[in-house]
Write a protein that binds this ligand. Structure first.
Ligand SMILES: Cc1ncc(COP(=O)(O)O)c(C=O)c1O
Length: 393
């Protein structure tokens, strides 16, 4: 057989890491690997009532084909919620997507031709790298510090790449680092994007999961020319299985996104859309988010305390004010994939950091998730991982 596959298959191979991470399906493993919300917090009893209500009052519409843009009442309620974050929009600015992951893939379709340059944080979200890779761009990485993307580096990348298609950023509790872009840098980012006439894709799944520090408005809040495409999701504040995300952007952008979405899936699952809308009508989602924040704050504090107690002292780690992740940097000669192999033998998993860098390198890093494990497993897992780390550091 000599099947002739598209060239993009060479770019979107199942990564080695994904293969390794399959072992985390074993219930014996204490996994700090995935980015899973705490499933015991899903509002299941409430959703049983919502489900009945949806089928009782909107049965036919909830099972019928629907519009590509999304369920109008849901789009309106998203606008209302975003106004509280400092984003002004109308329903015409909203496209409901199948998770925010689909919004990333659609962004690739809308913007990237083979060989184009796109700009991102270094490191950045692994599944965004993979979604964009299908369109075969070149990645230019911008280094970060504890205040997010370093603007001097960004300007030098913009100067050297005047045709860059977009800047992809996760300003709040970034995946994988947990870092947050400072207020001044958000303003500077807009200033630079305006100066170099480039689109910003702001991916913000974690912004509402802030449990300490002061709120900072999204980059989109500072957008003076309508060049920020804002992407968010109900996955981390409600239920990822419903697959409800959205894009908030100028209509001149959405005109491009809608036809591509139509080609992919016609529309986002309308039953899920109505469920999400009705849940917000019948219950207080803000109260629900408060519960999530309380649990994550506790787990984050516990994990940091355990890291202090059990990890070697020559290791650096981030102190996130929200979100799901802590980023760890080992001494530069240590390869976290080797640590991973040893750690798995001790039934503890994490994600080695190298795949979060689109151009490779930085093997001495890894990502820890704290949202999905109960206290006893966080303590035991970090203790075991600490022992393994002492063999390397
Ligand atoms: C930065 C970032 N963007 C997008 C997503 C995709 O989320 P979803 O498709 O569930 O909305 C994730 C999921 O972990 C993420 O971390």
């Amino acid at each position: 057989m000599n099947y002739k596959f598209a060239k993009r298959n060479d770019y979107v191979k199942a990564s080695e890491i994904r293969e390794i991470l399959k072992v985390t399906e074993n219930p014996e493993i204490i996994s700090f690997a995935g980015g899973l919300p705490a499933s015991e917090l899903f509002p299941i009893e409430e959703l049983k009532k919502v489900c009945f209500e949806v089928l009782d009052k909107d049965g036919e519409a909830s099972l019928q084909y629907s519009t590509t843009e999304g369920y109008l009442p849901l789009r309106k309620s998203i606008c209302k919620r975003m106004a509280t974050l400092g984003i002004n929009s109308t329903e015409d600015n909203i496209l409901i997507t199948t998770g925010s992951q689909q919004a990333l893939d659609l962004s690739g379709k809308v913007f990237i031709d083979e060989g184009d340059t796109i700009i991102c944080e270094s490191p950045t979200y692994l599944a965004a790298i993979n979604a964009f890779k299908a369109y075969m761009p070149k990645f230019k990485e911008v280094s970060m510090d504890s205040d997010g993307m370093i603007m001097e580096d960004l300007e030098s990348v913009l100067r050297g790449n005047p045709n860059a298609k977009f800047i992809y950023t996760i300003p709040d509790f970034q995946n994988p680092t947990g870092r947050t872009m400072s207020l001044d840098r958000r303003k500077k980012l807009i200033e630079l994007a305006n100066k170099y006439d480039v689109v910003i894709i702001e991916d913000n799944p974690y912004g509402e999961v802030r449990f300490s520090g002061e709120k900072i408005p999204p980059v989109k809040h500072f957008d003076t020319e309508g060049r920020v495409i804002y992407i968010s999701t109900f996955s981390k504040i409600f239920a990822p299985g419903l697959r409800i995300g959205w894009i908030c952007a100028d209509t001149s952008f959405l005109e491009h996104y809608v036809p591509f979405k139509q080609n992919v899936d016609l529309h986002t699952n309308i039953f899920s859309q109505i469920m999400t809308y009705k849940y917000m009508e019948m219950y207080d989602i803000e109260e629900h988010i408060d519960k999530i924040k309380e649990v994550y704050k506790h787990r984050r504090e516990l994990m940091i305390q355990c890291i202090k107690n059990y990890f070697p002292k020559n290791i650096e780690y981030t102190l996130p004010d929200g979100g799901l992740f802590i980023w760890v940097e080992l001494p530069s000669n240590v390869d976290s994939t080797e640590v991973f192999t040893k750690s798995i033998a001790n039934n503890v998993a994490f994600v080695p950091g190298n795949p979060f860098f689109p151009n490779g390198g930085f093997k001495n890093t890894f990502r820890l998730n704290y949202s999905n494990m109960p206290d006893d497993r966080i303590i035991e897992g970090i203790k075991r991982l600490g022992k393994v780390l002492y063999e390397f550091c």
